[in-house]
Design a protein around this ligand. Structure first.
Ligand SMILES: C[S@@+](CC[C@H](N)C(=O)[O-])C[C@H]1O[C@@H](n2cnc3c(N)ncnc32)[C@H](O)[C@@H]1O
Length: 280
């Protein structure tokens, strides 16, 4: 089943959180000269038109990126992320939103490489066209979970692996843990960043206990909720699970999350959280 299209949700509060974390991890990797691999298992289309039929219909970006990108008091932690938004919207009008592959494209260096997989028959060609002229990038219409077996470890032995499934099938909650286990077996020093939605808190608790049961250590949780948990349909919060986070990430997120929450959720409902699922 591939009914999910990210274009309906591009630039919403969950993307803001995900891409803030992604860009801070890339900043940290860029501090060393040595090249690395950026592996995006569920890459999406790459670029989203915000006035288009999909994003324009839901307007989710209006309570996401639109609320923050032009603030004058942007915290330093958002500099790289917002530089990607501004590069794509140079005339000051918010017309496009960069998905995770475009954020990586903007921030990676000449010797780094990108491996991007996407299964959707409409989104994959868009992704491929975006990257046709980028010699650093390889795009494939393939199952992202398989890449965790076939593409790891990277020859450089450095890498960020972003795992961002739509969770439209319940088995994704188990598949991500299995996929991480497969990847970690091959590449235990990689940085793994897993996005999750909070629709039913119980599903996330179960996913975390499955993660703990793998024996993997250094697992950080970062979460931003726009409403309290409830058992109605709909996403109340989203988060990132980061394995082997760069040493500054915890402190950076503790600093930037209250600012993000204040601007994304003017009513003040919900919460923010940075905590270790499994410490050192
Ligand atoms: C949440 S979106 C990705 C958004 C993107 N990572 C970003 O941040 O811009 C999830 C994507 O995964 C794709 N997808 C679903 N199952 C997949 C699979 N097994 N392997 C690769 N892609 C898959 C969907 O078509 C969808 O485009």
């Amino acid at each position: 089943m591939l009914s999910y299209r990210h274009s309906f949700h591009a630039g919403n509060h969950a993307d803001v959180l995900k891409h803030t974390v992604q860009s801070l991890i890339i900043d940290a990797l860029n501090e060393k000269d040595k090249p690395y691999l950026y592996l995006d298992t569920h890459a999406g289309a790459g670029r989203y038109q915000l006035s288009g039929e999909h994003a324009g219909r839901t307007g989710e970006y209006l309570s996401g990126i639109a609320r923050i990108w032009q603030q004058d008091d942007l915290p330093a932690e958002l500099a790289s992320y917002i530089s990607c938004i501004k590069a794509l919207n140079p005339n000051g009008m918010l017309r496009y939103y960069p998905g995770s592959p475009l954020i990586a494209r903007h921030l990676l260096r000449a010797d780094d490489s990108l491996n991007l997989t996407e299964l959707h028959p409409s989104d994959y060609p868009l992704l491929r066209n975006e990257f046709q002229k980028d010699a650093r990038a390889r795009t494939e219409r393939a199952d992202g979970y398989q890449q965790l077996k076939s593409k790891l470890p990277p020859p450089s032995r450095r890498g960020l692996i972003l795992i961002d499934p739509p969770y439209e099938i319940k088995s994704d909650y188990q598949a991500v843990v299995k996929g991480i286990q497969e990847g970690y077996k091959r590449f235990s020093t990689g940085i793994y960043a897993l996005w999750y939605p909070v629709v039913l808190r119980q599903q996330i608790k179960r996913m975390f206990s499955d993660l703990e049961a793998t024996g993997i250590r250094r697992i950080l949780q970062i979460e931003l909720a726009v409403r309290p948990d409830n058992d109605q349909r709909g996403m109340t919060a989203s988060g990132m699970v980061v394995i082997n986070p760069p040493w500054k990430l915890e402190q950076q997120m503790n600093h930037v999350l209250p600012w993000l929450h204040q601007h994304l959720v003017p009513t003040g409902t919900g919460h923010t959280k940075v905590s270790w699922i499994v410490p050192e």
